[in-house]
Design a protein around this ligand. Sequence first.
Ligand SMILES: Nc1ncnc2c1ncn2[C@@H]1O[C@H](COP(=O)(O)OP(=O)(O)OP(=O)(O)O)[C@@H](O)[C@H]1O
Length: 224
Amino acid sequence: MSAILRTSEISKTFLNNQTVVKPTSIEIKKGKIYVIEGKSGSGKSTLLSMLGGLEQPTQGKVYFNNRSFYELSDQEQAQIRGCSFGFVFQSFNLLPELSVKENIELPLIFNENTQQKLNVKELAERLYIDSLLHKKTSLLSGGEQQRVAIARALITLPDIVFADEPTGNLDHYSTKVIVKLLTELNAEYGISLVIVTHEKNLIYTSHTLYTMKNGELRMENESA
Ligand SMILES: Nc1ncnc2c1ncn2[C@@H]1O[C@H](COP(=O)(O)OP(=O)(O)OP(=O)(O)O)[C@@H](O)[C@H]1O
């Protein structure tokens, strides 16, 4: 199967001349789960940001559906980020004054071309936050907030979800709910997942496991 997203030797060097991601080529295929493990500071988040269209590589190219992403217009890039990519960060990034429902619907408001593909109530039920839909997110626990962030990332039924330690610091229950939903939606809709995590159940379900060490990505194992 051909890759939806691929890179040719992307690297990132910051202004202090520190190369935090060494030349890396990776392919993201439809319906596959990729996990990246590695120590703090090894370059995982920087790599994820470059793959997700959030940070331009210093060298090399990122191709989404065979088009060089960072050479597209700002509008085209925003459209791909809004419609085809979903993001989940460890820090939730929710708007505290808005309700759970409004936060989940944010991608639909920010980008006029974005379409709602999943039903808010149904998604909320699957994440056990349906009774919280009208509450402000500032009133929720960390685990509940992350489940809202997951719903927001999935509402457009993206091709790829990028998640940076989505279950870091969360309680066992929220972790279990999040792992279950991500793996179910991967199986049901063929959403590809690219996840930076140390969570053993996500590592267990991954099709390809990578480790990042001093900016170098290494494939540890790959299943069919
Ligand atoms: N904008 C920036 N300018 C300069 N250095 C940066 C910048 N962003 C990240 N770095 C540095 O790049 C290195 C890799 O950071 P990165 O966040 O990618 O690592 P990580 O593996 O995701 O770490 P963690 O697990 O702690 O999140 C770190 O040394 C960090 O300080």
